[in-house]
Design a protein around this ligand. Sequence first.
Ligand SMILES: [Cu+2]
Length: 492
Amino acid sequence: MLEQTLDVRFTEVSVPGCGRITTRTYNGTVPGPTVRVRGGQTLSLTHINGLPPNPPHTGGHNTPHHPNSFNLHTHGMHVSPSGHADNVLREFAPRTPDEAAAGAPEPRYVTTVHVPADHPAGTYWYHPHLHGAIAEQIVGGMTGVIIVEGDVDEVPEIRAATDLVVCINELKVKDGKIPAFTSGAWVTGVPSVFTVNGTVNPTLRLRPGEMQRWRLVAATAFTALRLRIAGDRDGLPMHQIAQDGVTFAKPVAQNMLDLSMGNRADVLIRGGTPGRYELRAEGVPGPLMTIEVEGEPRRPPMELPASLPPGKPFLDERDITNPHADREVIFHADARVFTGAFPNAFRVLGTGATPAADPHGDLTHDPAYGLFDPHHTNHTLRLGTIERWSVRTDETVPAHSHPFHLHTNQVLLTHRNGQRLDPPIWHDTIGLNGGKPGDSATFLVKYEDFTGHAIAHCHQLHHEDLGMMQAVHYVDPQSPARTDLAAGLGTS
Ligand SMILES: [Cu+2]
């Protein structure tokens, strides 16, 4: 059993390059502690909710609310979504005003996650996932990295490389605080501050010929990152060895790496010509991190591994259980349809879309159509079956980036915009860019091991809080009764 306490309260933290900010933290730091676990182990996380009581909320469930309640998501991990595990339908509430006034103890909530023995070894992350409260908490820095240790770490060339977490956060700071998410204008009206491991543009040192393993984590809420390492003359290539926690069969050299919100990539970086380099994200004004290549060269230079232990076997299109029943997901926004501070409707249409409140009315103005409804199951997914999903966006607004994220089961990306990927790549989150209607992704997924209620959603977290989310139900066709018992919508 691996135990970790995560104490959540408002803390004044020092963010070098940004100043002192007061924000909700895990254990007083941004990001929170890195948790290391191995397949076969049980992770026990005890949350203490030391936040103040929630402010009253009068709007619907698809507007931001309960900013002082949270829960826990182990993003990307193939673990149970039920009971007290990776169950994002729980609520870790703070004390009520009466309890706080009476000096009642701060509530504690335990999350117990059994990591399967054959879980892919790699980089994952944790963050709160209470619908309506996610964006405000994540842009305050409530994120942390989970490392699943295992076979890939034993590859000699990787074992020899320094293992570094590079957790990229996107903070929204105004007057030393994280502004309350009271309007949609907040997303663009407050500039983002990007940090790596809690510092704006930290400096990292690397010797010529030295190799490091970076665990890149896009713990951002609103911004997709197109990364490169720029130098005075040439940059440094990134040798990608894993995507979203799943190891490749061999390293893939990339000069540019796309990480949508929630994605991770493990890369090997080798120091080249001495000098100053910068990890940059397209569209972000300053560097995310500075790399100084200096010092005594490593001789001979450290080598890249020729091959790797692939993290997860591929699925085959010929094994699709019902080839005539592909699922389709369409990210669609309707602008200026609601009154109030959040006028835009961010909908998920296609197979299993949430029905309209008025099917005969104007769908663009419908308050339910394609929006999250906790009482409606959008997808019933049967364990043991392999299905194909296509996800696309019909957005014409370039600013709308919609990363699709399915909980509980990793998905095998086979096509982008109709073009086959060779080889296909395991993901848990797949970015789709707005401004290019029809931008699409096709993936295969096998529903395995775990029953219960989970979700699929857009990982642009403003969209998610406003309802760009679907409920999925993993069921066991062999034992439907047991499935319902195990489903566990428990609240603590
Ligand atoms: Cu979206």
